[in-house]
Design a protein around this ligand. Structure first.
Ligand code: KIV
Ligand code: ZN
Length: 515
């Protein structure tokens, strides 16, 4: 058995299934490039047959990424598989990942198929996918709630058809580490050709056990873990990449496995995904939370000062927390700015983008004395959002008045499809008045289901990062905006969400659609 653990990242596919986490093509490409820098083995770039938009995203990622395998998800039928094959065909290492539900409940209620039909469909899907690439992965969806005898039959058959990876899915997060580990072990023992495939685990976090279940699968012989940055994913999310990687690395004495991951890229990846999706990372989140390496108690601080090993099992810098925090200021020039972006691994596509970012940096430095790495990440994310929004809504100017005893009032100028409009409104507070003024012009009638403000760095001089979630006609989108003025950040976040709503890409939902 190999002693290398394959890290399969599905942030761009399963992660994107989190309500509101849908991403644009440019955003997905930026994340894919960061995943490549992180040196993940496989990037699941999307579900090509779900929409033309997703197809284009998978294709663009396949054409750009050179060091990681690029994979598309596909339901177990020919049309989906050909679409996946077409999308990944220019990848240096293409993979097709096909799946079908195998639990009685899913087969009866969702697929409305007999076990025999599912068995035949799984076989023919893998056979068909193998016409396009040698690298075919098969997942029995809801595997952890499937009948073990049936699972053995299906898996043996798909391996015979050429599936190279068998991914046991705990689709609804029902697994318990001991039982899930036993399932993987038993399957590997009972399936006669089990040694012809790499075994993989894909666990959801409904009971908070996704990482524990995945590690139990690894102890039972799985050599691929499917996971996402920040544990993003359907409902309560997936196995978190950073936790799996750091568990296996920190406890190498126990797991005895090697990884190809560059762990110093973990925090930049976490920030990027959080900034793009608007899913804020909780401060006490393992590895990537703001407090993950903060020692508050006097006894701990004293211990760490004497010897870091007393209370630290990992080094903050090993996962990419920067030690050099104050980076730039008002007097920093273009060269220093460019160099710091490079050090942070931020790649801007063209000189024009770099110039635009520098102008924004100067503007920020005029209003904020110290510019931290976090500010640079936010600045670049914000720029990408604005660039993509260029064609629809953009913020031109805004002002608001709020005074004790008076109702706050805001005036806003926005550009909609190239034309400028002014509007005004009162509200409960300056943010409320500003967003109402924008809405008075745009008339989206969307419902705001989340508004959150987060200080990007400590202190009142920090930039505020605002996330706004809008829901309309069943669609959920998140918008993110950053600025030292939280009212401006709120307006940017609201406009970014409106722009996402405007992009009316319809998707087929992989796990909810009957075949
Ligand atoms: O959760 C799940 O079952 C999936 C499969 C498509 C692997 O995401
Ligand atoms: Zn999943």
């Amino acid at each position: 058995m190999s002693d290398r653990l394959i890290i399969f990242d599905t942030t761009l596919r399963d992660g994107e299934q989190s309500p509101g986490a849908s991403m644009t093509r440019e955003e997905k490409l930026r994340i894919a490039k960061q995943l490549e820098k992180l040196r993940v083995d496989v990037i699941e770039a999307g579900f090509a047959a779900s929409s033309n938009g997703d197809f284009e995203c998978v294709r663009a990622i396949a054409e750009t990424i050179k060091d990681s395998t690029v994979c598309s998800l596909s339901r177990a039928f020919d049309r989906d598989i050909s679409r996946a094959a077409e999308a990944v065909k220019n990848a240096k290492r293409p993979r097709i990942h096909t799946f079908i539900a195998t639990s009685e409940l899913h087969m009866r209620e969702k697929l409305r198929m007999s076990a025999e039909q599912v068995f035949e469909q799984a076989k023919s899907a893998v056979r068909y996918a193998r016409q396009f690439t040698d690298d075919v992965e098969f997942s029995p969806e809801d595997g952890s709630r499937s009948d073990i005898d049936f699972l053995c039959r299906v898996i043996e058959a798909v391996i015979s058809e050429g599936a190279r990876t068998i991914n046991i899915a705990d689709t609804v997060g029902y697994g318990v580490p001991e039982l899930f580990g036993n399932l993987v072990r038993t399957l590997r023992q009972r399936v006669p050709n089990s040694d012809k495939a790499v075994w993989s685990v894909h666990c959801h976090n409904d009971l908070g056990m996704a990482v524990a279940n995945s590690l139990a699968g690894v102890m039972a012989g799985a050599r691929q873990v499917e996971c996402t940055i920040n544990g993003l994913g359907e409902r309560a999310g997936n196995t978190s990449l950073e936790e799996i990687v750091m568990a296996v690395k920190t406890r190498r004495d126990f797991f005895k496995l090697d990884l190809g991951i560059d762990t110093t890229q973990i925090v930049p990846a976490s920030r990027l995904v959080s900034g793009i999706t608007g899913f804020v990372v909780q401060p006490n989140k393992a590895v990537v939370g703001a407090n993950a390496f903060a020692h508050a108690s006097g006894i701990h601080q004293d211990g760490v000062l004497k010897n870091r090993d007393t209370y630290e099992i990992m080094k903050a810098e090993d996962v990419g927390w920067s030690t050099n925090k104050i980076v730039l200021g008002k007097l920093s020039g273009r060269t220093a700015f460019k160099q710091r972006l490079q050090e942070l691994g931020i790649v801007l596509e063209s000189e024009t983008d770099l110039n635009a970012a520098f102008v924004r940096f100067k503007d920020l430095a005029d209003r904020k004395a110290e510019i931290f790495d976090e500010d640079l990440h936010a600045l670049v994310s914000d720029q990408a959002v604005q660039q993509e929004a260029r064609e629809h809504i953009a913020l031109v100017a805004m002002s608001q008045r709020s005074e004790t005893g008076e109702q706050p009032h805001a005036e806003v100028t926005i550009r909609v499809d190239g034309k400028e409009f002014k509007s005004e409104s009162s509200g409960n507070g300056p943010v409320d008045a500003t967003l109402r003024a924008i809405e008075a012009q745009v008339k989206s009638a969307a419902e705001m289901t989340l508004y959150s403000v987060n200080a990007i760095t400590g202190g009142t001089e920090a930039q505020g990062e605002v996330t706004v979630r809008l829901t309309k006609a069943g669609r959920i989108v998140n918008g993110v905006g950053a600025d030292p003025d939280i009212v401006v950040a709120s307006a940017k976040a609201y406009i970014s969400a409106l722009n996402k709503l405007h992009d009316k890409t319809e998707r087929v939902d992989a796990q909810r659609d009957a075949i």
